[in-house]
Design a protein around this ligand. Structure first.
Ligand SMILES: [Zn+2]
Ligand SMILES: [Zn+2]
Length: 328
């Protein structure tokens, strides 16, 4: 029997008390309590050179003996292939031309995420990344369905592959093509991480709750980090481009409410991985205490903590996070 409980945080590391409702003008955030201050960078752009390699390592470390071991090993192979494609393209000197420069500048000026679907449609490196990824993958241990998706994408017309990429970018993954979308998503993540890494962090502005300021993507998970000037600040991790952006603690990433926020864990999952639930919109997001366990990875640890999803959805909450390598 799984014991499900509202987790009390370790002594000296307590989650701040939920924010009490006050008229808007009275709200004066306490930087210590919400993990944010003027000195906390708004975004941390991805470092593609290490992002995928570290993720592959984390997935392999989590796999042995795990109930989802086969899937963790499959995604580890995808992340390894992502790292290989990124390294090969970096060595060849990535095309440094932003495919949608004029549109990007215009969107930044209007407070919109600079990376858009138009940039994907105009990005010739997407097909190179996807071809490189499909060639690099060793799927000898993968199920037939996954190998069939790899073979189908290799011969698919460019327009079809691009159409899938745009659907993934817009969060509308076709259920009948989930296996193909795993590889399309992985290629997209490589392209977008590289394009996001080239942006000027100082020009990026908040767009909306739970929306990546670089590409408009949804978060995979929330991280409490230890590396900012203000320790224990909270960042959301983009499911598409890998950017981390600061988000006030104890506020729902889906509806923006600061009321009815709770944190839960289960014995079977590391105490450093919880869910943040919101009773206003009944959504939840994985909440990783990376400050206590620096190797936690939003994609890898989201998959490994699937038991927590099963339990919290039974309680009536729906998933607000998006993990493109684990569409459930
Ligand atoms: Zn993003
Ligand atoms: Zn909410």
């Amino acid at each position: 029997m799984v014991r499900f409980f509202k987790r009390g945080a370790a002594k000296g590391d307590a989650e701040p008390a939920p924010v009490t409702k006050k008229p808007f003008e009275e709200i004066k955030p306490d930087p210590d309590k919400i993990g944010i201050s003027g000195s906390v960078p708004f975004v941390r752009l991805p470092e593609p050179g290490s992002l995928f390699r570290a993720r592959a390592g984390r997935l392999l470390a989590l796999a042995p003996g795990h109930p989802l071991e086969a899937y963790l090993r499959l995604v580890a192979e995808v992340a390894r292939a992502q790292a290989q494609v990124e390294a090969e393209r970096a060595a060849a000197g990535w095309d440094v031309t932003e495919p949608d420069e004029a549109g990007r500048a215009l969107r930044t000026e209007h407070g919109m995420p600079p990376l858009s679907r138009h940039g994907i449609e105009a990005d010739p490196t997407f097909h190179d990344c996807l071809d490189g990824l499909l060639a690099a993958l060793d799927l000898s241990a993968a199920p037939e369905e996954v190998r069939a998706a790899q073979a189908a994408l290799r011969v698919a017309p460019k327009e079809d592959r691009l159409d899938l990429a745009v659907q993934v970018f817009e969060g509308a993954i076709p259920v009948e093509r989930v296996a193909e979308c795993l590889f399309v998503s992985a290629a997209l993540q490589v392209c977008l991480a590289r394009r996001a890494a080239r942006l000027d962090a100082k020009t990026l502005k908040p767009v909306a709750d739970g929306v990546c300021p670089c590409c408009g993507g949804a978060p995979t998970a929330s991280l409490i980090v230890a590396w900012t000037p203000a320790d224990k600040a909270r960042y959301l991790s983009c499911s598409l481009c890998g950017t981390l952006w600061n988000h006030v603690r104890i506020r729902c990433t889906a509806c923006g409410s600061g009321e009815g926020i709770s944190y839960y864990g289960i014995d079977e999952v590391s105490k450093d991985v919880q869910v943040e639930t919101c009773t206003t919109c009944h959504s939840y997001l994985k909440h990783l205490h990376q400050h206590r366990a620096p190797t936690l990875d939003p994609v890898a640890d989201d998959i490994a903590s699937y038991g927590l999803d099963l339990k919290i959805t039974e309680e009536g909450f729906r998933r607000a996070g998006l993990n493109l390598l684990f569409v459930v």
